[in-house]
Design a protein around this ligand. Structure first.
Ligand code: NAP
Length: 334
């Protein structure tokens, strides 16, 4: 059974049951875990190579880019494209060539057995080759009030939640591309966006910096960290600490958008695949992990570039290598 990947309501994600029985699973040529640009590009290439790929989407369908307001640097879209639209187009293209998409999340893997074994919420699978494209998740501030006030003024997604802050004064935490890009997007709704950064120099690219500095609705607070998000039922402010002057202050706001980077989603493979000091899967120059037959693509294995195009490129490359590897092993099934 094939499912539409984009725009699936939260409550239905785990209730979709694939058509296959849960008895002894068939052996698939390739299973791709994760549905961001890396997973979708891998699916496109694997389906065009007649490997009949199965894509298991995971909970965060479409990956981080589906939460991104505007993608301005993906070639072929000179007028930019929204994250959800780009993901939808990638999905359509992969499905057109035969990728089967299951909305399901992998809960366990066994890479010691071959074919590799996977379990999801719904059933078990076996695969001759795997591409891990599980991406990365947004980092949290880990300050008092943050967890409790998620959905009550604390957000990690401007596209999802910006609308709720129409005419309001909000803060954005972070100094990278995400903070600036999403901060600029949020000025469509908010009357004022104050970007709070822990240093006095932004990490974001110069183009975004220029756009943010030229935006009348954007202010900056430098050298400052958020120590607490304050509010009972909803956010009413943040407690700040200036790291240079040592001054503590309270800044009133109704919305706190946190864009302070990401951590790789590699926990599922702990103890079975090599990871670096920050949890990124270690891959060789052809994106094979420490286990032969298992590749990784996108942000779960990339701490350097982390762009939509580089993730898609890794996914395509990994799929090409899978095709060659299975071909050499004469393992490709019908
Ligand atoms: P990032 O580049 O890692 O930046 C994270 C920002 O958050 C940094 O400014 C960092 O401060 C700050 N930060 C980290 N931990 C913090 C904490 N605990 N408290 C306060 N501040 C904290 O992450 P990103 O902006 O999400 O970008 C991720 C990747 O996606 C990057 O490679 C970026 O280029 C890419 N991206 C590209 C675009 C685009 O090209 N249009 C858009 C979005 C993202 P420091 O600077 O002091 O370390």
């Amino acid at each position: 059974m094939e499912f539409s990947l984009v725009g699936v309501p939260e409550e239905t994600k785990r209730s979709v049951t694939p058509a296959e029985s849960n008895s002894e699973p068939d052996v698939r040529n390739i299973i791709i875990i994760g549905s961001g640009p890396a997973g979708l590009a891998a699916s496109l290439y694997a389906s065009r190579a007649h490997l009949d790929p199965l894509l298991l989407t995971g909970d965060d369908i479409g990956g981080q880019v589906s939460l991104t307001s505007e993608v301005e640097n993906y070639p072929g879209f000179p007028d930019s494209i929204t994250g959800p639209e780009l993901v939808q187009k990638m999905q359509e293209q992969a499905e057109k060539f035969g990728t089967v998409v299951h909305i399901d999340t992998v809960t366990a893997v066994n890479l010691e057995s071959y074919p590799f074994k996977l379990s999801t919420y719904e059933r078990d699978y076996k695969a001759r080759a795997l591409i891990i494209a599980t991406g990365a998740s947004h980092r949290k501030l880990n300050v008092p009030g943050e967890e409790r006030l998620i959905g009550r003024g604390v957000s990690y997604c401007a596209t999802c939640d910006g609308w709720f802050f129409n005419g309001k004064e909000i803060v954005v935490v972070g100094g990278g591309d995400s903070a600036l890009e999403e901060g600029i997007f949020l000025t469509r709704f908010a009357s004022k966006v104050t970007i709070i950064h822990r240093r006095d120099e932004l990490r974001a690219g110069k183009t975004l910096q220029k756009r943010a500095f030229n935006n009348d609705k954007i202010d900056f607070i430098w050298n400052t960290v958020v120590e607490e998000i304050v509010g009972d039922e909803k956010v009413n402010g943040v407690r700040l600490h200036n790291r240079v002057t040592g001054e503590d202050s309270f800044f009133p706001t109704e919305g706190v958008f946190v864009f302070i980077g990401h951590t790789p989603n590699s926990q599922l493979f702990e103890g079975q695949l090599e990871v670096d000091d920050h949890g990124y899967l270690v891959v060789d120059r052809h994106y094979m992990t420490s286990k032969e037959g298992v590749w990784a693509a996108g942000e779960v294995a990339d701490s350097t570039f982390r762009q939509v195009i580089t993730s898609a490129g890794m996914g395509a490359s990994a799929a090409i290598m899978v095709e060659r590897w299975l071909g050499e092993k004469e393992e490709i099934g019908a």
